[in-house]
Design a protein around this ligand. Structure first.
Ligand code: PLP
Length: 485
């Protein structure tokens, strides 16, 4: 039986189902499996031709006991999760002509056209499976910098086991992303636009943490989260690293590099764990924008919070990459006491400077870079002009970082993750291409059709958010109860 522990060490081990449905551990820590599976080269070899879903089945089976979910049930959850994807293979690989040995891994074929669909398609369907079995209902709350919210809302819409409360910093995401949340007609989706967030999306995370700490409220509304604090998201995201690897290597065992646009370190935490499990990735190239929270960690050993900059890669305008703590746990041999002490130090002072030994342990195989808006715009235009391929601003951050760090990273084959479809960021695309009208590659039918739908949602000032949510969620819960009785 594989148990899950808190990375801060202050709660009892739990099984997979509880770890998923709770989101946070009871001490506020992040759940981690008590042991990471080790995957041999022979095992990797036997997986190399699997479809995405079959590969996901093999990898997830290493983390989930059959007594909790049978093989048939797991396959059925995976089939259901990815049935709405535009591509049967879920992900596509695009070889670039203008950059040597470089592939773009397109992760945006889900219904809300960002990589968040990949983790949330599975996680929401997993929640629904557990809740139907238990005959229970949960209220899920998430904060979004633009892409988690739409994916959560889209998967939860219409599910009788779940309500979604989706918080976003108003004005700091694009209109297109906002519409993906506010045009859903389903009464179990509640989009909340929050004005004047001085720390962007991070402000919303603080309020969610407070709601979690309010036990009577949490128990009453049965609160949970599908943000990437939830182990299910990170676990699912390990799969695309393996899948991408198999698409580009000549033989299993060959080392490659992978470049990832990052903010909260959820996606890269999954990549780091995939490598610890045995995936031959030599370097992860961390594409950070001017907010640089990860670049400080990987270049200076400094986890610190600075003022937020609004950038063109707005979904990664993040100050606190909380999933780094989950990855760090595995780099310090599961020393939860250290993780707790560092978390406390960060909460008290806003920064942690890691000692040399810790820095060396976590930074091996990571190269980071901050990318400016000018470089992002230039890269979008350069690739479009050279080969008529359109990157989104986040994918472009990874592409710039990969290019600049290419020599340092050993000139290996490189997979760059394209985490959203460019149609979610039309103003940036127009600016990059110096056009008044969007080219076809920057359009998506789902974005176009949302333009003609009515919007529905709440708005609130960030200073009143906690109070407003307590009130609205309580009322909704009572209403749900009344309707159900
Ligand atoms: C388009 C896009 N790219 C990259 C990221 C960064 O993901 P992570 O926070 O897991 O590093 C996000 C997440 O917010 C995103 O929406």
């Amino acid at each position: 039986m594989l148990n899950y522990l808190s990375n801060k060490g202050g709660s009892d081990p739990v099984g997979f189902e509880k770890a998923i449905l709770d989101g946070f551990a009871s001490d506020g820590g992040l759940y981690v499996p008590e042991k990471l599976p080790e995957i041999s080269l022979e095992q990797l070899e036997s997986w190399k031709n699997l479809t995405y879903k079959d590969l996901a089945f093999e990898i997830l089976s290493l983390f989930i006991d059959r007594s909790v979910i049978s093989a048939v049930e797991l396959r059925s959850i995976l089939n259901k999760a990815y049935s709405t994807f535009e591509k049967e293979e879920v992900i596509a690989m695009h070889p670039l002509q203008s950059a040597e040995n470089t592939w773009v891994m397109e992760l945006y074929y889900g219904p809300t056209i960002s990589f968040k669909d990949i983790g949330l398609a599975f996680l929401v369907n997993l929640f629904d499976f557990f809740l139907q079995r238990r005959k229970e209902h949960l209220s899920v709350i998430v904060a979004t910098t633009g892409d988690t919210g739409p994916a959560t809302a889209s998967y939860i819409a219409g599910k009788s086991t779940l309500d979604a409360w989706v918080l976003y910093p108003k004005g700091l995401i694009t209109d297109e992303q906002e519409r993906q949340m506010t045009t859903l007609p389903h009464p179990n989706v509640h989009a909340v636009g929050v004005f004047d967030c001085p720390e962007g999306g991070d402000d919303l995370d603080y309020v969610i943490a407070k709601l979690y700490a309010n036990k009577p409220f949490k128990d009453k509304v049965k609160l949970s989260s599908v943000n990437s604090i939830n182990w299910g998201r990170v676990m699912m995201q390990t799969v695309h690293y393996f899948y991408g690897y198999f698409q580009v290597v000549d033989s299993v065992g060959e080392e490659i590099n992978m470049a990832v646009p990052s903010g909260g370190f959820g996606n890269l935490c999954a990549g780091g764990l995939a490598r610890k499990m045995g995936l031959p990735v030599k370097n992860y190239i961390v594409g950070n924008n001017q907010n640089a929270c990860l670049h400080r960690i990987f270049s200076q050993g400094l986890f610190s919070k600075e003022l937020i900059h609004e950038t063109l890669s707005s979904a990664i305008d993040i100050l606190t990459p909380f999933n780094f703590w989950r990855f760090l746990y595995f780099c310090v041999d599961g020393n939860a006491k250290k993780i707790k002490a560092w978390n406390d130090e960060f909460d008290a002072t806003g920064k942690v400077e890691f000692d040399k030994q810790t820095f060396e342990a976590y930074s091996k195989g990571f190269l980071s870079m901050t990318v400016t808006d000018e470089e992002t715009l230039y890269k979008i235009k350069e690739i479009y002009d050279k080969e008529n391929y359109l990157a989104d601003p986040h994918g472009a951050v990874a592409l710039v970082a990969a290019e600049k760090l290419r020599q340092k990273a050993g000139n290996l084959k490189t997979v760059c993750m394209e985490t959203a479809h460019p149609s979610k960021f039309p103003n940036t695309i127009k600016k990059a291409l110096c056009l008044n009208k969007l080219p076809e590659a920057a359009m998506h039918q789902s974005i176009e059709s949302a333009k003609t739908l009515c919007q529905r949602g709440y708005t609130c000032h960030h200073t009143h958010l906690e109070e407003a949510l307590l009130d609205a969620m309580n009322k909704n819960w009572d209403l749900t109860k009344v309707l159900k009785n």
